[in-house]
Ligand binder design. Structure first.
Ligand SMILES: Cc1ncc(COP(=O)(O)O)c(C=O)c1O
Length: 372
């Protein structure tokens, strides 16, 4: 079976982890600081703060902007639950705005109608490795005096022009094992705002600048030096890994038939954390791919507003037709950099044969959004 993800661990990772273990510095230490510096330089952000996960990076970004009870944060229902949950953790309310059918990221045309006098931030999600329309989101945020917290947890190295994800307001990344780079578990917050970075560092460490002197109620959201050691080996390999993902995606774009392949916003660099197609009879499609030896996954089978905790909070009646439509159609197929050319060919054959059997899905349904 060709798996949907295959984390790459080499000799460099082993050596660096071994060194970290031998150093006696196992919790947050010099390797975490080194990874922060290298990641900030890679992204082109002034500051990077390492965290225990992408979720805690999101949570800290919101707290760092002072978001709390009574506030609203605009985000999307078509995402991993952590985006919306991080808003709930602060006591604020996520306001769910539909996505653009073409690229699955926030529909910027709908944002202004969702702004109220309680809105404090916009949290676009750069999903599957494609940047949300960050220049447009950022212009809206500026007009209304709102913070931008980009959920770039799937977008390491993605860019709009030459500007990378994570350089608008606060950006957050996940280093979960399936991501384009990993530390096992881990995350990173990036920003050009030095004061925000300072507040976030304080909150990450129980509000402590001087040992056992606590200025605010904080958290333990630190990354370990063992995790950072893995990250230091992974980061230099990220550009080549992303290029391999993009080369596989380019082949899929040309050779897949009978499915809707990803649309890429002009001028952006998509890093294909996932290659997500839209297909007819999605669940049967996935089963047939499995029978043909090709793994696939649905990101995400239930949108945020239909998840149990959100239903309990009164969500569920939002009008988000694009989210509801694509939730029933999306299927991610293997695009990880360790795929051999033969495996890529096998995926293409399996998808094309399955689309022949189950009927084609055409891009016609996209016309509404694409015509704007
Ligand atoms: C879009 C998105 N947001 C947030 C997260 C949370 O990251 P983590 O799993 O590292 O907490 C993830 C990763 O799983 C994600 O894909």
């Amino acid at each position: 079976m060709i798996p949907i993800a295959r984390p790459q661990m080499g000799e460099e990772e082993k050596e660096r982890v071994w060194d970290a273990m031998g150093s006696g510095l196992l919790a947050q230490g010099p390797r975490v600081r080194e990874l922060e510096e290298e990641f900030a330089a890679f992204i082109g952000a002034g500051h990077a703060v390492a965290t225990s996960s992408g979720t805690t990076a999101l949570h800290l970004a919101l707290l760092g902007y002072g978001i709390g009870p009574g506030d609203e944060v605009i985000t999307v229902p078509f995402t991993f639950i952590a985006s919306a949950n991080s808003v709930l953790y602060t006591g604020a309310r996520p306001v769910l705005v539909d996505i653009d059918e073409r690229d699955f990221t926030i529909d910027v045309e709908l944002i202004e109608a969702a702004i109220t006098d309680r809105t404090k931030a916009i949290m676009p999600v750069s999903l599957y490795g494609q940047p949300a329309d960050m220049p447009a989101v950022s212009a809206i945020a500026e007009r209304h005096g709102l913070a931008v917290v980009e959920d770039a947890c799937q977008a390491h190295g993605a860019a709009v022009g030459r500007r990378m994800c994570g350089t608008w307001g606060a950006g957050t990344f996940s280093f979960y094992p399936t991501k384009n780079m990993t530390t096992g578990e881990g995350g990173m917050l990036t920003t050009d705002d030095g004061e925000l970075a300072e507040r976030v560092r304080l909150l990450r460490e129980h509000g402590m600048k001087v040992r056992y002197h606590h200025d605010v109620v904080g958290y333990n959201f630190r990354m370990t030096d063992i995790a950072a050691a893995i990250g230091l080996a992974q980061l230099p390999k990220l550009p080549a890994a992303n290029e391999r993902r993009r080369a596989i995606a380019a082949r899929y774009d040309v050779e897949l038939r009978g499915v809707i392949t990803p649309w890429v916003r002009p001028g952006v660099t998509h890093v294909y954390h996932q290659y997500t197609i839209r297909v007819n009879e999605r669940d049967a499609f996935a089963e047939k791919l499995r029978e043909r030896g090709v793994g696939s996954a649905i990101y995400y089978p239930i949108p945020v507003h239909r998840q149990k905790p959100f239903l309990a909070l009164g969500y569920g009646s939002e009008t988000v037709p694009v989210t509801d439509l694509v939730t029933a159609q999306v299927l991610s197929i293997p695009v990880h950099p360790s795929l051999s050319d033969d495996e890529v060919a096998k995926v293409i054959d399996a998808v094309n044969m399955t689309a022949d059997e189950l009927g084609a899905l055409h891009a016609g349904a996209e016309a509404g959004a694409a015509g704007r």
